[in-house]
Design a protein around this ligand. Sequence first.
Ligand SMILES: [Zn+2]
Length: 337
Amino acid sequence: MATWPVIGHEWAIDLLIRAITGPAHTGGSTDRRLSHAYLFTGPAQVGKTTLARAFAQALLCETQTGTPCGACRACQRIAAGRYPDVQFITAEKNTIQIDQVRALRSDAALSPLEGAYRIFIIREIERASPPAANALLKTLEEPPPQVILLLTSARRDQLLPTILSRCQIIGLRPLPLGQIQTALETHWAVDPQRAALLARLSSGRLGWAVNAHTDPELWPARAKSLDDLLALAADGYLGRLAYAETLSRQGDAIERTLELWATWWRDVLLVQRGLPADVVNLDRRVQLAQQAELYRSEQVEAALNDLIQTLRRLKANVNARLALDVLALRLPRPAVV
Ligand SMILES: [Zn+2]
């Protein structure tokens, strides 16, 4: 029996299957269960686009069972990004531009070329420029029949209420770590030890775990960030400020670094509280045990709080340099042994 090409998020799949196969849908177009627009929200790399793509396959699959067969021409071409009625729209130079939405609007006015629907998958909708968001709103308000918009966003808090109110919202949550570990072992042939580490580091985001497994650069980058943190804590003020300056110019990598550092301090706390089995950075257990000896737990708690605060400030678009300076200067100093 065919299944959706998605791991986890079972409740969302059930809901989407019901939308496709529900009685109103087969009874006519006036009262269909299918919405004109869906918004998939959830943390980065949790599976939003994967689910949206699978939904597009399910809508256009030649079997019309509500589950993509994976074998028909529609399923295969959608998976390969080569189906004319399914278009992906992603930010160009960090922004979804008005021209992209204009092109979408003129394509949306045309009948589907092959299937029953024209589907637009717009990723990271929070990156739409204000004119682009307004233009999109017009399509959301008066969608042409047979058009379905699938939006994704990790930043629901940044979206216009008018966009939110016109979409059915599917809020995806992180997957249980056991599910990620099993998926890595079963579908990506990752050895169990590494799969356990990746699952913990992923915070329940399968896409992150798979990327970390396949991206040759991510692994050394993680090692370097952790080594940097240890060196930084032992460094003087000048060294700390110089590092903050360098880090402040690294764009998207800033958040990744700080999130990783947060896992580190959380792990140190867990070791201090006698829960070493729960740490995320499983491959560094020896080092974590050493670190737990070098700091008082109040210092570690403060460092963790500082990181959480800094991440919050960066999301609110404060000056990165300033926020990182403060963070670097407040890093706890290890006791001399
Ligand atoms: Zn199919």
